[in-house]
Ligand binder design. Sequence first.
Ligand SMILES: *Cc1c(COP(=O)(O)O)cnc(C)c1O
Length: 400
Amino acid sequence: MIYMDNSATSPVKEEVFNAMVPYLKEGNPSTFYKLGRDAKKAVEEVRANVAQLINADTREIIFTSGGTESDNMAIKGVALKFEDKGKHIITTEIEHPAVLRTCEFLETRGFEVTYLPVQENGIISIDDLKNAIRDDTILISVMHANNEIGTIQPIEEIGKIAKENGILFHCDAVQSVGKIPVDVKAANIDLLSISSHKIYGPKGVGAIFIRRGVKLELLIHGGGQEGGLRSGTENVPGIVGFGKAAELAYEQLDENIAKLSEMRDAFIEKITDRIPEAYLNGDRVNRLPNNANFRFAAIEGEGLILRLDAKGINGATGSACSSKSLKASYVLSALGLEDAEIHGSLRLSLGTENSMGDVDVVVDAIEEVVAGLRRMSPLWDNENNKSLELDESKFTDSDH
Ligand SMILES: *Cc1c(COP(=O)(O)O)cnc(C)c1O
């Protein structure tokens, strides 16, 4: 088995699992006897570990149930708090659904949202951002790194513009924290979302960074845990596991960046050298060290995934990105790609458990599977080993 779908979720590390076990049975951090005090101490240590990972102060970290809740808390929290000041929000077309659906919900409540397009490389234009700002803009929400194409947005520039205009800046950094340096101070970030299960921690836990002094309307009311900002007894074992994962990510950041980028670069070189009409989606340079997203002419990504799966290799397609929909990926579509190109796309997200040997095995497998699919593809000219001229109507009329 070779697992290369780490951007969907990353397997819990052994050290993380072992750290969690003692906390599964007892300890409410809000009680005063020793068990409770131990749980509280453990939770506070994690707060420090998470803060250090993004250069925040410990008190600026609030635990949540994950990236989705953090995104909702930031965006709805600001919208409801500042609606008297303005009802305009700026985000991008390629955000995670946790941001997009939240913004769409707010549109049904009278907010206006500008969805910035991205350039061919998946990066927004700073001029577009400047032009979108209005007197009633209260929030800019731009992700740090994209989950499908790994593209990294210029968050320091975005933060500077937000600050100059007195607008709050929320950043969904679920894919970047723990993988590349993230510094909330340097980037003038006011609110930032983090998730544990994308950095080898358990699922169902995450955090939101709220810069000191930033006011939010609350989503969850109750007993006043987490400094009164997010009620509910803390998920102590989950938080402890998240903390271990954050600590490891911090200690091994440089080492992991070096190792993963080397594998990613080998991947990109081998695939694009050895397979005709294979291209990289997203920016070649400004991308996560663990992301490679390819498109192959004349084949369907689903066929590719199934055949790789049969060989014990896990990847993800850009088309059926959620099992519920067969719609072409909106992220790849925002890059200006045609539906046919999107359907022939494959995301491989590397993890620290992968080795260069895995890369070689996967490249060989992809080469073989792509060749096999093309032999049967009506869109591939086998004699000349190149794609046939596309008949556009074939795709636009299909119910894909
Ligand atoms: C996974 C992901 C989320 C959601 O995080 P959960 O912890 O699964 O709720 C949000 N944003 C991005 C960019 C993600 O990749």
